[in-house]
Design a binder for this molecule. Sequence first.
Ligand SMILES: Nc1ncnc2c1ncn2[C@@H]1O[C@H](COP(=O)(O)OP(=O)(O)OP(=O)(O)O)[C@@H](O)[C@H]1O
Ligand SMILES: [Mg+2]
Length: 274
Amino acid sequence: MTKVSIASQKGGVGKTTVAINLAYSLARRGWNVLLLDTDPQGAIGLSLVERSFEHRGFFDALCGDALSGLIMHTRVPGLALMPAGNYRRYDQAPVSLDPAARRRRTGAIFAELATVDRDFDVVLIDTAGGTHSVTGDVLWHSDQVLIPELAEPLGLRTLPQILHLMADLQAKQPPTQVLGIVPTMVQGDQPNSASVVRKLREILPAELLFNTVVPRDPVFLRASEHGVPLALLSQHPLPSALIFDQLAAEVEQRLPGLAPAISNRSDGLARLMD
Ligand SMILES: Nc1ncnc2c1ncn2[C@@H]1O[C@H](COP(=O)(O)OP(=O)(O)OP(=O)(O)O)[C@@H](O)[C@H]1O
Ligand SMILES: [Mg+2]
């Protein structure tokens, strides 16, 4: 089981969008994936689960709840969710006032994930923007971090902060590695946006940057309105949905221990024969 956090210094860069769509693509490629929401905003639950505020989740686990009742299976084979759960309960619990206890509990939750329910190949973790508090603990206990990078000049200016943090995380035992940086909201026809992607390719080692970039596309807003990954918005694959299959293929190659999936799963939407 590999724990991959999706994190960025800056908010609103597409972390949750990447988490949902990458989790879907990895599951469709044959992996058992848990999409774990550790952001108090609870965007994954709000996007994908009706009446999500009624479901317990990660913040309830921080308060000591066992994980078995917190994992929800989805209609997509291989894809399970753990929503953020009740942040208010966590905020009033002793663990929220004791950073060392919270870090230990986060580690215990991640260790327990390896034993519950079934074998998750990948736990994809959505985080709150920034790198402190709960997100800091989640990054500390992650194996890998995927960093969405806003393809705008402001995005470039905040990149050094998270790279410094990553250098610290790579120095601890066991290290948390950088899985890669993926440019998001790329507008190829806008000189400012295209030049940020060019600059990233100039200044970063090739192994740090994914080849895939996520374009800015209004269909993402439609997908979040309907509460589905982009690939489920239409019977015909939308170009921006296929981007996440490319990203998933790159993630497979970069994750130690994950050989490329043998076969794609069918979700029953497009079966050729019975
Ligand atoms: N590639 C894209 N093209 C167009 N809109 C996008 C794209 N990616 C995300 N969005 C939209 O931008 C907004 C922010 O995206 P998202 O919630 O994924 O960012 P985030 O980094 O998770 O934000 P936060 O830091 O608040 O958690 C959402 O409304 C989302 O639908
Ligand atoms: Mg988010």
